[in-house]
Write a protein that binds this ligand. Sequence first.
Ligand code: LLP
Length: 420
Amino acid sequence: MDHFNYRNGVLHAEDVPLSLIAEAVGTPVYIYSRATLERHAQVFRDALRGIERKHIAFAIKANPNLAVLKVLARQGYGADVVSGGEVKRALAAGMPAHDIVFSGVGKTHAELKAALEDGVGQFNIELEEEGAVLGQIAASMGKRADAVLRVNPDVDAGTHAKISTGKKENKFGVPIDEAPGIFARLSALPGLNLRGLALHIGSQIFDLAPIEAGYRKVGELVTQLRAAGHAIDRVDLGGGLGVPYERDKVPPTPADYGAMVERATKGWDVTLYFEPGRVIVGNAGVLLTRVIWVKPGAVRPFIIVDAAMNDLARPAMYDAWHDFEAVAPTGERMIANIAGPVCESGDTFAMARDIDVVKSGDLAVFRTAGAYGATMASTYNSRALVPEVMVDGDKFAVVADRILPETILAAEHVPAFLQD
Ligand code: LLP
């Protein structure tokens, strides 16, 4: 459930008509609903109430906006981060360092050191060499890094190939059958406190069966490692739960997921870590855009909107579907293509879509844009970096400025050898 609803024929975010935000801030602009963020954070936590020992770390790659993180920090969420920059954001939002989980397949030596200095609570080790380096750095600082070993369980999450992470040909984790040897070698290092395992098999998952299969493999490995004398007290179950982009495709609910977790992890006797991203923020955001032209096409019209693939990359990158709705629909429908102004055909949000009739100047939104939306934006075609707004009841505030092309141009330099 989200708080983007029509009132008197106009789409609102909570109590604010989106047309008001368009007037004040311009378009395109991402709009987040605080109440929706809070609700999703609570629903996810409630779904796990049967799990006694748990830690929820929001995957901040999904939406690293400081105001969004602040809302989630207040809900008691920690952060799953994948770069030094994300560590800084989590800390800036007031998330305690010990609630931060550092994932990522390419953490640099400098990032590992800085994270140890900051007191990050868990390192998810992706390969043996990383574990050895982390152990060395920690020992040289007189510390012991709390860590878990990420395994690749070789299961097919049944999601888009570009966001599948748990098949053996993917770059993530160590092959599960090599894990016992790697675990034994790393756990002998004085600078490491290797406490358990992690996995994450992919994103936008609609079928719980492969996730459960992955968890069961990890459960067997926990038993095996304990039999070999290792103390295991943590397992990080990753994220990945899908959200409905298309209204008629229904993903498993957090409650379905929670029930599966309880079933699959029964008797593990560990603290379970969770790294949800999309399920928390996806439906808490929309991308508000204005129709520039309705261009007659040879086959059907193109709705040319002022948002483009640089603002919302998901349709171009993953053929993702985002519902498109007029802010003030007339009730009439049309079949049209929806595209942005960027100079490539990939800058297309939808083809032959049944949508509200819109005309030049009308406002519309792309739904479910709160996850992997603004954070994946770029300035391609020398377009501005898209701003972000948060709504709270009848108030709203800009939570990320529109970075203008002039500002970006000012950060570029013509070297002396080109000045004549
Ligand atoms: N944990 C790890 C280790 C991850 O790699 C990810 C996402 C998550 C948690 C959070 O997954 P979520 O719950 O959000 O599915 N840009 C793509 C998604 C990339 C996801 C990468 N990893 C998209 O727009 O669909």
